[in-house]
Design a protein around this ligand. Structure first.
Ligand code: APR
Length: 232
């Protein structure tokens, strides 16, 4: 049974109206990483951090999946082998397009996490610094998002997938953030065919055997049809 692992980044949700991070006018042009995406920033000003993710949660709820998300869900349904999406994105657009096998290595906007006891529960639209953990009652609620300096989720399982896949495909990511940017090397070392689908060549394009540039809503459905035409 053939296995495909697809790594996605902010670029796959750009055409759904969700800003990327490092493109012109991206999130990191308007917000300082140190302030809104580190545990230190959260300790310093939790209200600022919660408002940043409340804004993104509202935008993600308004957004709709695009043709690239739907194409990956179709591939999962119709491909004779196994398809796993490992996403750096915290929006739920893969699942809303119908993908079942999705791993959120950087967390999830719709999740709340107690910084005290580690309990998780569905996030309210507007998280407040006074929110109490429903389990330990502590006032230590944070978005269930992996910040810089923290360990991404499910890494053991992700490495297992990378070391046993036949295809590793990267969609809409700039290749600037590790460990995700190193996945291609690991997959290639274990014999996978590696393909980059991105608006422009990423910082790690030279690690890929194949690279196609264009908008995700164009090049992802094209690639999926090609894959399914021989393996439905
Ligand atoms: N179609 C395809 N690719 C696109 C599109 C599009 N419509 N629009 C932008 N891109 C590409 C850009 O060319 C860029 O290479 O998507 C990439 C987005 O890169 P980043 O903004 O760096 O986002 P990403 O790679 O997902 O960031 C990784 O960094 O900030 C942290 O935790 C955050 O998960 C995020 C991680």
């Amino acid at each position: 049974m053939e296995k495909i692992v697809i790594l996605t980044g902010a670029g796959i949700s750009a055409e759904s109206g969700l800003g990327t991070f490092r493109d012109e006018g991206g999130l990191w042009a308007a917000h300082r990483i140190e302030d809104v995406a580190t545990p230190e920033g959260f300790a310093r000003d939790p209200k600022l951090v919660q408002n940043f993710y409340n804004m993104r949660r509202a935008q993600a709820r308004e957004a709709e999946p695009n043709a690239a998300h739907y194409a990956l869900a179709k591939l999962e349904r119709e491909f004779t082998g196994e398809v796993t999406v490992v996403t750096q994105n915290v929006d739920g657009l893969h699942e809303r397009a119908g993908s079942q096998n999705v791993m959120h290595m950087h967390g999830f906007l719709e999740g709340a996490l107690c910084a005290g006891c580690g309990h998780r529960w569905p996030a309210p639209l507007n998280m407040k610094i006074t929110d109490r953990c429903p389990k330990c009652k502590e006032v230590a609620t944070r978005p269930d998002i992996v910040w810089f300096g923290e360990m991404p989720y499910d890494m053991e399982e992700i490495w297992d997938h990378l070391r046993s896949c036949d295809y590793f495909v990267s969609v809409g990511t700039s290749g600037n953030v590790y460990p995700a940017a190193a996945f291609v090397q690991d997959a290639a070392r274990h014999g996978a065919i590696t393909i980059e689908l991105n608006l422009e060549p990423s910082a790690v394009v030279s690690d890929f055997a194949e690279s196609h540039c264009g908008k995700a809503s164009d090049i992802v459905p094209e690639w999926v049809e090609k894959m399914l035409s021989v393996r439905r």
